[in-house]
Design a protein around this ligand. Structure first.
Ligand code: NI
Length: 275
């Protein structure tokens, strides 16, 4: 059984065959999915998918590229959604200096990143962090949030999704109670740093994710991604860690269940129950 911790099935890339594709996932062993909001519109779409499908849960948040969506009113709405039973995380939120080069807008990203980290803390939910070409500022802001947290030690603060920095920094995040999200990129020939990261951090701190429709693994690189390709990621991690693919599936499943405390372990119509 595979726990997919990061997908965007609301994306228009799935408009033509969404129902069919999502209905096929349980049969492929994909038993839990977190559909991640990236704007107010896609957060609403994530909530709708979570309502429609038992195995789908929602994360509510605004991505740094869509930060102009946020104001006090929309933020208050976001905060309300965290109380819904199928909302399991705040995110994705974070910093993206690859797409945003303007200093003033980067400052706005930092402001709403801090606010969403505080919302995660208040709501008792983990946070899903997007960070691209913003290693130092992301580390600093997360450090500050951990320092200010009333919960001095926690091993379920959140996940650094689509991890792209050094193994050393990954270990720092792990120490602060974060998981490291690994997807299709780990199968790429040139992903040396990410492979090293997967080797060096404990399997107990790795989460499986696709970021569908983006970042399909080899041999589908460049094509539309979906959770059905996660076995390629599992196989690569198993190789790097020197363990079986079953072990990777089992441990990463437990990791996700530990982090996303609102996800139900058993649903009544679980075909694999008892097997
Ligand atoms: Ni994403």
């Amino acid at each position: 059984m595979i726990f997919e911790t990061h997908a965007h099935y609301d994306d228009e890339a799935f408009d033509a065959d969404r129902e069919e594709l999502l209905s096929s996932l349980p049969g492929l062993g994909i038993r839990r999915i977190v559909n991640v909001g990236a704007s107010i519109r896609t957060t609403k779409a994530s909530l709708a998918l979570a309502e429609q499908y038992d195995e789908i849960y929602a994360a509510v948040g605004v991505h740094p590229e869509d930060i102009t969506d946020l104001n006090e009113e929309s933020f208050a709405w976001l905060a309300q959604q965290t109380r819904l039973p199928k909302v399991v995380a705040v995110g994705e939120t974070g910093l993206d200096y690859y797409w945003e080069k303007e200093a003033a807008m980067q400052e706005v990203q930092r402001y709403w990143f801090r606010r969403q980290l505080a919302l995660a803390e208040e709501s008792g939910l983990p946070v899903i962090v997007h960070s691209r070409e913003a290693a130092a500022d992301t580390m600093e802001i997360i450090r500050e949030a951990v320092r200010n947290s009333p919960q001095k030690t926690s091993d379920r603060r959140g996940v650094i999704h689509c991890y792209s920095y050094s193994p050393e920094q990954a270990k720092e995040y792990v120490k602060m109670g974060y998981y490291i999200g690994i997807g299709g990129v780990v199968t790429f020939q040139n992903a040396r740093k990410l492979k090293e990261t997967a080797e060096q951090i404990p399997l107990e701190r790795i989460l499986l994710e696709t970021d569908s429709p983006y970042l399909a693994p080899k041999p589908y690189r460049g094509k539309r991604n979906y959770s059905g390709y996660l076995p390629y990621v599992v196989k690569q991690i198993a190789q790097l860690k020197g363990v079986t693919t079953d072990e990777v599936e089992r441990v990463t499943w437990e990791n996700a269940m530990h982090l996303f405390t609102k996800v139900k372990e058993n649903d009544t119509d679980d075909p694999s129950a008892g097997s």
